[in-house]
Write a protein that binds this ligand. Structure first.
Ligand code: NAD
Length: 492
């Protein structure tokens, strides 16, 4: 049976798009799972027109009005939290537990955080800098924001884009990934029920080349905020450059995990497993390359392999499941292809690295448990012996795969950590505060965790260095992305 998950949500109501439909397989079973309604360029233009009309009123609301509406929105989302978690898990294949404990509460917390931020935003600075005048600075919204989001955390990515934009008085048209549009629509509908006016938040559920490009190119869209792959981000930046528009890009990552030789081995090994397997490794900040110093290398590999063997891969709805399915069969095959090529190039698979249902005779520990062989499952996979310049060390795998490599000196560890084009997140593990702070200063990434890997909070900025993009999501810094400042001078 197919379920419809994508709808156009324009001017406060659901509509059927004029771009046809997309059939998606259920990632956990392989059956035909979802029908996604696709937007045409005309649908996108109607959504932008609705957002443009709504901007007039919304940009004039007071911070208190916006804040109160957003708090009511958080309450509406609480009412549908279970439905949101169930749909998020069904669309993505991620475990229902992760959706229930992380994706949904995290998104609702974001709403509350930005409801508060709306009230601290309109700071005005004033002073007399030229005799007989008074100058002020106003912080103002930009207008209609066009946002494009990926499939890995559909609800949270929608929240990260929509919330700072509307808290600052902008209106928005969001195009979620065509793989996973359902919860973004539910998120916007809850805003309408809370009293946020029609047209402030619009969702177009379409493909990148059709709906995404139409949104980026639309002349009334003043800014594009994008989360997704580095390749698509660069393409979007090219379009924005032609039109001289603002862009905010949250792109790919390849997070290093640097373990110095005085680190707490058990904590580091547990951190590596949790940090590499979160969301099936389909997390732009997931630990992907562990560099381990000196004598700690062998025991670290052994302990991570042991812990990975204890991870329960299973159907997403089972509350015992730690690791659900990957987003699609095509993506699972891509992940497996990268592991296979690494082995062909001389790397060793310590655990995992096999498709469920494959002949597992003589396989290493940590092989898949009871999962439908027709689902897009991939086991926790640990790889050693890969070359630093190889594909699996340099490129995003976006799957439950951790590569471990040795290093000797502190300088070498930091140099290896910085040796990819990406710079989104990283972690360093040591009991020595000086080593930790040196690593935090010298690793080129938008986030460096010390003796932790993966914790995020609404109050702190998230965003990349280098090829991982620029601009920040979450925190007070994200409000700067969605506002512009104006100098007003009064002559008196
Ligand atoms: P993707 O780049 O393939 O797609 C992202 C979005 O862009 C989708 O909505 C897609 O429809 C749209 N798109 C594709 N082509 C387009 C075009 N020509 N014009 C306009 N829009 C277009 O990425 P994905 O596979 O959905 O997501 C995985 C990627 O997202 C990974 O690279 C991951 O690292 C990245 N990501 C980054 C962050 C971050 O905060 N930096 C967070 C989550 C995911």
């Amino acid at each position: 049976m197919t379920e419809q998950t994508g709808f156009q949500y324009i001017d406060g109501e659901r509509r059927t798009g004029r771009g046809g439909t997309l059939e998606r397989r259920d990632p956990a079973t392989g059956d035909t799972g979802f029908t996604v309604d696709l937007a045409s360029a005309e649908d996108v233009a109607e959504a932008v027109a609705a957002a443009q009309r709504a901007f007039v009123g919304w940009s004039r609301t007071t911070p208190v009005e916006r804040s109160e509406l957003m708090l009511a929105w958080a309450g509406e989302l609480e009412q549908v939290a279970e439905e949101l978690a169930a749909l998020e898990s069904a669309q993505t294949g991620k475990s229902l537990r992760l959706a229930t404990e992380f994706d949904v509460p995290g998104s609702i917390d974001n709403v509350r955080f930005f409801a508060g931020q709306a009230r601290s935003l309109q700071a005005v600075s004033a002073g007399s800098y030229i005799e007989g005048t008074t100058s002020m600075v106003r912080r103002e919204p930009i207008g209609v924001v066009g946002s494009i989001s990926p499939w890995n955390y559909p609800l949270q990515m929608a929240a990260w884009k929509i919330l700072p934009a509307v808290a600052a008085g902008n209106t928005i048209v969001l195009k979620p990934s065509e793989m996973t549009p359902g919860t973004s629509v539910m998120f916007a509908e809850a805003a309408t029920r809370a009293g946020i006016p029609a047209g402030v938040i619009n969702i177009v559920t379409g493909t990148g080349p059709v709906a995404g490009e139409a949104l980026v190119r639309h002349p009334q869209v003043r800014m594009t905020s994008f989360t997704g792959s580095t390749a698509v981000g660069r393409h979007i930046m090219g379009i924005a450059a032609e039109q001289g528009k603002r862009v905010h890009l949250e792109l790919g990552g390849k997070a290093p995990f640097v373990v110095f030789d005085d680190a707490d081995l058990e904590a580091a090994a547990r951190g590596a497993v949790a940090g590499s397997l979160i969301n099936g490794g389909q997390d732009c900040t997931a630990a992907t390359r562990a560099y381990v110093q000196g004598d700690l290398y062998e025991p670290f590999v052994a302990r991570v392999a042991e812990l990975m063997a204890g991870v329960r891969m299973g159907v997403p709805s089972d509350p015992e499941t730690d690791l659900g399915a990957l987003i699609s069969h095509e993506h699972r095959d891509r992940v497996h292809g990268m592991v296979t090529r690494a082995v062909e190039a001389g790397a060793t698979v310590v655990t995992g690295g096999m498709l469920p249902g494959a002949d597992q005779a003589g396989s290493a520990p940590g092989q898949p448990g009871e999962v439908p062989s027709s689902g897009a499952f991939y086991p926790p996979t640990l790889v050693t012996g890969a070359a630093q310049d190889s594909e699996i060390v340099q490129d995003e795998v976006f799957g439950p795969v951790l590569v471990v490599l040795p290093f000797q000196t502190d300088d070498e560890g930091i140099e290896l950590a910085n040796d990819t084009p990406y710079g989104l997140a990283a972690s360093a593990w040591s009991k020595d505060v000086n080593r930790c702070f040196r690593a935090s200063a010298e690793i080129q990434a938008g986030c460096v965790w010390l003796n932790d890997h993966i914790s995020i909070t609404s109050e702190m900025p998230h965003g990349g260095y280098k090829a991982s993009g620029f601009g920040k999501d979450m925190s007070v810094f994200s409000l700067e992305e969605y506002t512009q400042v104006k100098h007003v001078l009064a002559n008196h």
